[in-house]
Structure formats: C-alpha cells, structure tokens
Design a protein around this ligand. Structure first.
Ligand code: FE2
Length: 273
C-alpha cells in the first residue's frame, strides 16, 4: 500500500495544484493532509476550499486553529498574527469553513502510523484543549526532550509537517537520532525502513514559506510493501505566484512574506542579516 502525505499549504493554490498532479501520477491508495491549509499567504480561503472539497482525512495545524480562534498566539508572533487576522477575514464569511476547521482532529491514528501536524507527544489527552505550546518548533533541544516519549510511543511511524523543512528523523532502538535530509537540489530522498528504528517524518511545506530555501512543493510517500519512505520535492512555475504576491499590498507589511517574495524572485534564500 502506498500512502501520500502533504500539508502546510498556507494559501498557495499554485503549489497545491502541482502537488495534486503529482498525486495523480503516483496514484496512492490513501492520502492524508497534515494541516495548515491557510495562514501566511493572503489566499487561505482557496486552499481550504480545495481540501474541503477533496475530502482527504486532515489534521488541524496551528494556523487552522489560530484562524478559527481555537488557540491564541504568542504575543511576539506579530507577523503570524497579522496573517491569521487577514485569513480569518477571508474564511469567516465562507459558509461552513470555520466549522470545518474546528472539526479537524489533532491526530489520526491508523494501524501502521500516526498523522499529526507537529508532534504527538505534546497533544492534550482526553478532552483537553490544545494551545500554541503544542506547536513549538523542532529545534535540537526540543528533539532531545521528546526522545523518552518517542521511545515509548506505540506507533513506529509518525508523519507530520509544521517546520517547513523536509526531513526524516530516525531513532534506532539503541543509539542517537539520525537525521536524513535531501541534498541541496535533490528531487527526492528515499529511506529504507529499518526494523529496529522508529521514524518521525517531517514532510516540509507544500505552499511555503520555504524555510529550507528551496521554492518547491514538498510531500511524502510511504510504501508499506517496499518498506520505504520517500520525500518528494515537486517543482512548479513560481512566476505567477511571485507576480501575485509581489503586487499584493498585504505582503509588504509582513517581513516573513517579504522574505518569501524575495526567495521567489531570486530563486535563492535572502542572505541572513
Ligand atoms: Fe505551516
């Protein structure tokens, strides 16, 4: 069985269409969406409606919950809050859209794997409510802190998004975490699943902003027969997206979006200041 995972669309309908075409070519048996349908780009209503119509099982991302007013952002996240407010303005008038976001589960478990936007180890249990603390980014310290819970977690495979950097984190039964990433321009990365390891797969982002500096739609395929995980980087024509964002006045107010537009213009990440 082949299972397709993708998420972090963030309003980028161009990248989403490229991903859907890729899916059509792969012909997976199952498809899961990893959340963050909207947020960042000022077109979250478009990607939300596309996913709602497609009917894929989908987990809630932090942006989905922020837009729906289910969680409250950290006060220092000024960029993200502005993007949330803009997208809430687009999405609230769409009939049923907020109810759809509020109805998304935080995690989906199958026999073989868990699907979650970020980490299953920090989600509330039972009827507990999520908070923005469930979505802190995965840095070295956070990864170290998760290891005990990860070793005890019942599923060997966890598929998630959130960080916008595609990677496969492998935790052997004995030993330290091994991180598998694409080479700078590789279109795909295939990992063979070892019997004595656990895997936490970060799919990267379909729609951006692309924190790995590569403007391509990212997705993952799990092949249960071959016992492989493949990270895919799907190239698409970013010209129309660049034109649309560069001329959209909302993007000028957000450093995150201005950086994203610069990446699309130059094809490479802006130099760190
Ligand atoms: Fe995201």
């Amino acid at each position: 069985m082949r299972v397709y995972f993708f998420g972090d669309l963030h309003g980028n309908a161009y990248a989403l269409e490229a991903c859907m075409k890729h899916m059509d070519r792969i012909k997976p048996d199952e498809v899961y969406c990893l959340g963050d349908l909207a947020g960042w780009l000022p077109f979250g209503d478009r990607t939300l409606e596309r996913i709602r119509a497609a009917g894929f099982p989908t987990v809630a991302g932090n942006h989905d919950l922020l837009i729906a007013g289910a969680i409250v952002d950290r006060p220092e996240q000024i960029d993200r809050m502005q993007a949330t407010a803009y997208n809430a303005g687009l999405i609230f008038p769409v009939p049923g859209a907020i109810e759809f976001l509020l109805g998304l589960p935080l995690a989906i478990r199958s026999e073989a794997f868990t699907v979650v936007h970020h980490a299953p180890f920090v989600l509330p249990s039972g009827t507990g409510e999520p908070s923005i603390r469930c979505f802190d980014y995965l840095d070295e310290k956070a990864l170290r802190g998760f290891i005990p819970a990860w070793r005890d977690y019942p599923d060997r495979l966890i598929f998630s998004g959130h960080d916008h950097i595609p990677a496969v984190y492998e935790l052997p039964d004995a030993g330290d975490v091994v991180i598998h990433r694409h080479g700078a321009r590789d279109e795909s990365l295939r990992i063979r699943i070892e019997e004595k390891s656990r895997y936490w797969i970060k799919a990267g982002s379909v729609g951006g902003p692309y924190r790995d500096g590569i403007p391509a739609a990212n997705s993952v395929v799990y092949d249960s027969k071959e016992e492989t995980i493949t990270l895919h980087r799907i190239g698409y024509d970013t010209g129309p997206l660049y034109e649309t964002l560069a001329s959209h006045r909302f993007c000028r107010n957000l450093p995150t979006m201005a950086k994203y537009v610069e990446l699309l213009r130059s094809g490479k990440p802006p130099a760190e200041k």
